[in-house]
Each structure stands twice: as structure tokens, then as C-alpha cells.
Ligand binder design. Structure first.
Ligand code: CP
Length: 301
């Protein structure tokens, strides 16, 4: 794999291979393989938007593989003096960084991959559009806990219009063949999906959650709502919060996911955290193993 920008050209077989590789990097005591396999590789992280999970899991993944990791401080760099992104990345690469992990609001991956073909690029979350490494991590977690990962009734609930996680997860589910996908959330936050041909949008959460195998709750992206609409959190909680009560309507052995960070008390009732069905912590741990698999696939190209 040269770059991982989106899931468009990835196959089901490649996804399965990445999951197998990621599982091989996990050890039975909950830690990860740590071997100096790629001491000659250097990863640079350029995060123009905040992150905890994605950035640190890539850092730990790179270090576990024996590669170096450079955390580029965008706000203290010459970007602030007007240097272009392309010139910045080229400059960093001339110092020895070969793989760039980028989180940004804008879509500049196509230009970058064309203009800088010798550098490897990984999309670590792009605006409201895509987050492919999160989708791969989530599918790895589904595979860990489900015997029939491609034959599930799946509900994605929350701020769908602003969710890059939902976009990439839906893209991945199309590749892996999941057909029964329901969407729910405040109508003003799900405008892209009302009347959609491939997915069923439900305004009523209690209808949407009925008999599902997997619930993926999404964060209300307050930072992207400014000047668009203001959400009455009390109304949202009443209609769309995932609670112990409404989870009774799902299948008995349902799985509950959330890509994080969670606004506890908004998307999820606090009491659901410690249910054995809740796999949010497993998603975080699998994020390291999956990012080790992604980096090693890129390094070994
Ligand atoms: N899920 C996710 O992308 O989390 P971070 O924003 O903390 O990286």
C-alpha cells in the first residue's frame, strides 16, 4: 500500500489482510508487538485539527515498529508565515520523513499525492468527509466480537451530516457487503440521508434500534455546528440518547460502539459504559494494532 487516503480502491481481501496483520500485532496480555522492524522509517504527523486517539495511536504504532515519529507543531511552524502545505511537507520530507499522517479540514490529498509522489500519505481524518483508519479499526472490532460480521443489522445514530467517521464506515460496509444499515438522528443533522436509496433513515430512535445487532453512536460535533444550527441538548437527549432503556429493544447480544471522544450524558447515558456489550475501549486498543498494520503495509511496499 502506497497511501491510505480513502477506502475507494481497497478490496475486501485487503481489509481482511489488514485485520489479520493487526491481530498478529496484538499480544495475549493486551500489549502489542514491539520490534525494531522498520528502524529506517520516519513518520511525520501533521494535525491541523485536534486529536487524541488517532495521533497517539499512530505514534505508538510507529514506535512499536521501530520507526521514528515526528509530531509537527502546525501552529508554531512557518505555515504561520504563509508557507504552503505542499512546501511544508516537501521541506519535512527533505529532512528524512517518508510517511505523512495528516488530519485536516480541507481536501488537499489529491494535489499532494500528485505533486509529491515519493512521499506516503495517510488520511487521519479529513473534515466532515472521511476517516478511513477509524473505519478499519471499527471493522476489526466488529470481527473480534461477531461471528457473522457482514450479516448484521447495523444502526448508526447521531450527527451524521458532520461525521467523517460515518462516511468512511458506510464506505467500508459497502465493500464488505453489509446490506442492512439503519440511520437515525435529529432530522437537521441527517439531511444527507433522508430518502437515501441504500440506507433506511428513521426519525424515531426506538424504531431504528429495534432488533439491531450493532449500534454505532456518533458525537455531536459542536465545533462544526457554530452558525449552522443550535442543538437543544435536552431535546436531543430525550429523543436520541442511547440509554439502558432503549438498548433493551436491540438484540440481546448487541454491540455498542462509539469512535470517541464521547460526550457522556449526551450521545450515551453514562450507565452504558460498563455493559459487556460496550466495546468503546476495545475500539481504542484496536486502533493501535490497526495503525501498526497500516504503517507496516506502507513501509513494506
Ligand atoms: N476517533 C477519533 O478520531 O478520535 P480523535 O479525534 O481523538 O483522534
Amino acid at each position: 500500500m502506497k497511501n491510505l487516503i480513502n477506502l475507494e480502491s481497497i478490496t475486501k481481501k485487503q481489509i481482511a489482510n489488514l485485520i489479520e496483520l493487526a491481530n498478529n500485532f496484538r499480544l495475549s496480555d493486551g500489549t502489542f508487538v514491539q520490534e525494531s522492524i522498520y528502524p529506517d522509517k520516519t513518520v511525520g504527523a501533521l494535525f491541523f485539527e485536534p486529536s487524541t486517539r488517532t495521533k497517539l495511536s499512530f505514534e505508538i504504532a510507529a514506535l512499536n515498529l521501530g520507526a521514528r515519529f515526528i509530531d509537527f507543531n502546525c501552529s508554531q511552524s512557518s505555515l504561520k508565515k504563509g508557507e504552503s502545505i505542499k512546501d511544508t511537507i516537501e521541506t519535512i520530507s527533505l529532512m528524512g520523513v517518508d510517511t505523512m499522517i495528516i488530519r485536516s479540514k480541507e481536501d488537499f490529498f489529491e494535489d499532494l499525492t500528485n505533486e509529491l509522489p515519493n512521499i506516503n500519505f495517510v488520511n487521519a481524518g479529513q473534515g466532515t468527509f472521511s476517516h478511513p483508519t477509524q473505519a478499519l479499526t471499527d471493522y476489526m472490532t466488529i470481527n473480534e466480537f461477531s461471528k457473522s460480521p457482514d450479516n448484521l443489522d447495523i444502526l448508526i445514530v447521531g450527527d451524521l451530516d458532520h461525521s467523517r467517521v460515518a462516511n468512511s464506515f458506510l464506505e467500508l460496509l459497502k465493500i464488505t457487503g453489509s446490506k442492512r444499515i439503519r440511520l437515525s438522528g435529529l432530522p437537521e443533522l441527517c439531511t444527507k440521508y433522508k430518502g437515501h436509496k441504500e440506507f433506511e433513515y428513521y426519525e424515531s430512535l426506538s424504531e431504528a434500534i429495534n432488533n439491531v445487532d450493532l449500534i454505532m453512536a456518533l458525537r455531536i460535533q459542536n465545533e462544526r455546528l457554530e452558525n449552522i444550527l443550535s442543538i437543544n441538548h435536552k431535546d436531543y437527549v430525550k429523543s436520541y440518547q442511547i440509554t439502558l432503556d432503549n438498548l433493551q429493544l436491540a438484540k440481546k447480544d448487541f454491540l455498542l460502539f462509539h469512535p470517541g471522544p464521547v460526550n457522556w450524558g449526551i450521545e450515551l447515558e453514562k450507565d452504558v459504559e460498563f455493559l459487556s456489550n460496550t466495546k468503546i475501549k476495545d475500539q481504542v486498543t484496536n486502533g493501535v494494532a490497526m495503525r501498526m498494520a497500516i504503517l507496516s503495509s506502507i513501509f513494506s511496499e
